[in-house]
Each structure stands twice: as C-alpha cells, then as structure tokens.
Design a protein around this ligand. Structure first.
Ligand SMILES: [Zn+2]
Length: 256
C-alpha cells in the first residue's frame, strides 16, 4: 500500500519536473504591454493570487497598514489616476495601493498581480503628489512588466528539481519555495523598464515627469553616506537612473 503510494508520488513528481522543464524551454512570450520577450511560467491569474496571498505577510513586516485614512486615500487616488489613464487598466491585474506604517524604512515595492506598497518612511519624504505618482508609477511598471513572474520562472525550474518536486504542491508551498527574495528581487533591467513605464504613466495621468528625478534624489539622500540603504536591495543606483529617466521624458514628450 505504502509502496504503491510512493510510486505514484514519484511518478507525479517526475511529471512535475518534466512539466517544469517543458515550461522553461517553451514559455517565451511577448509581453503585450511592453513588447518585450519574457520566459514566464504563470498566468496573470496566478500572479494575482500569489500577490494577494503574500500581501498581508509583507504588510506585517512593515508594521502593518498606516492608520491615517487620509494619507491612504491620497495614495489610492494617485495610484488609481495612474491606472485609469494608462494601459494599466487594460491589463487583467487588480491594482491595490497600500501605505505601510513603518516610519523608518524608505521603500516601495510591488507584488505580482498588482499589490503595490509604499512605506510611510518614504511617503513622508515626498514633497508633491507628482513624486508620489513617480513612486507608484514605477511600481505599476513592475506589475505590468511582470518582473516578479519572470524571476520566479528563472528560479522555479531549479527549485522544483532541487526540492524533489514537492508533490501536490499547492500555491502555499509554491510561495514558500519561491520566497520573498525572489518576488522582490528586481534586476537592473527591471528597474530601468519600470522607471521608463513610470514616466509614461505619470505623463499620461498629467503629472510632471521631472518629479521622478526628485524621487531619485530623495532615494539618494535616504541612502546617506554610511547607512546601508534598504531601498538599494530592491532599487539599485538612483544616480545612474536619472539620466535614463531624462531620456524617457524626452522620448514620451515626442510620442505621447
Ligand atoms: Zn523598482
């Protein structure tokens, strides 16, 4: 009895590995919103589910949600403006914007599927609504650019193999296997693409895109000379990004 069960589990396990391999080889698709080719193993529905499932735990790590409803309303308002006036509202993603309580950490991030977060530590340093639009626009860019899903696809194959194909893994196990680092780790290319999309969304929604440069300055200041910048782990090199942001502004002034 026990042996036949084991055999079945082994077969299923092998099937999962074979499936992962097949996905890795064949899952190159063109992102309809960026035009970029990506290898992605999950559907937008799975991205949304993954984001929604991880969101509460993520919020908890930053002290939960910020209690002031007026500030949260401001974040919602700017976020929704950006979504409604851009291609973001044509995507299947469910955008939700969360202001987190943590007053020390300067950070913003997005989970796959549309859960977007900004810490109060960053929020309180922003001087204008346009700068808030810059931060949120950048994060919407990560969602629409499907950056987390791309990172997951990169690591998933090897994890599936190395864990011996956790048989019958439900989404919870997959989440545990992937880990937050993968979900939040963006490459330099991801950052630049998100900056570019952020600038585009800002301009579409009528915000001043130059303010994205101020956001970079704020991040630079927050990093400080000695402090190991929290933001750096997910958003490297504010300095080098400014030049590219200027190029994006020029580009979209001509084409939008
Ligand atoms: Zn980013």
């Amino acid at each position: 009895m026990r042996n036949s069960k084991l055999a079945i589990r082994l077969l299923i396990g092998l099937a999962i590995v074979a499936f992962a391999y097949f996905q890795k080889c064949s899952n190159t698709e063109t992102n309809p919103y960026t035009g970029r080719e990506q290898a992605i193993g999950m559907t937008p529905e799975q991205e949304i589910a993954l984001g929604l499932q991880t969101a509460p735990e993520m919020a908890q790590q930053y002290g939960g949600l910020y209690p002031d409803e007026n500030y949260q309303a401001m974040v919602d308002n700017v976020g929704n403006n950006l979504v409604q006036s851009s291609i973001a509202h044509e995507t299947p993603y469910r955008y939700e914007f969360h202001l987190l309580r943590d007053p020390e950490t300067v950070n913003a991030f997005a989970l796959p599927g549309g859960q977007v977060f900004i810490t109060y530590g960053l929020f309180k340093q922003l001087e204008t609504e346009d700068q808030l639009a810059g931060v949120l626009g950048h994060e919407i860019g990560h969602v629409l650019g499907r950056h987390s899903a791309e990172r997951v696809a990169e690591t998933q194959f090897w994890q599936t193999v190395s864990t011996g194909a956790q048989v019958g893994a439900d989404m919870g196990n997959v989440v545990a296997g992937i880990g937050q680092t993968t979900l939040l780790k963006n490459g330099r290319g991801d950052e630049l693409e998100s900056d570019d999309l952020g600038v585009k969304f800002m301009m579409k929604a009528g915000y001043n895109p130059e303010q994205m440069i101020q956001v970079m300055e704020i991040l630079k200041r927050a990093a400080g000379p000695n402090r190991v910048p929290e933001f750096q782990s997910t958003h490297p090199d504010p300095d080098n990004r400014i030049e590219r942001i200027k190029e994006s502004i020029e580009k979209y002034r001509k084409t939008l």
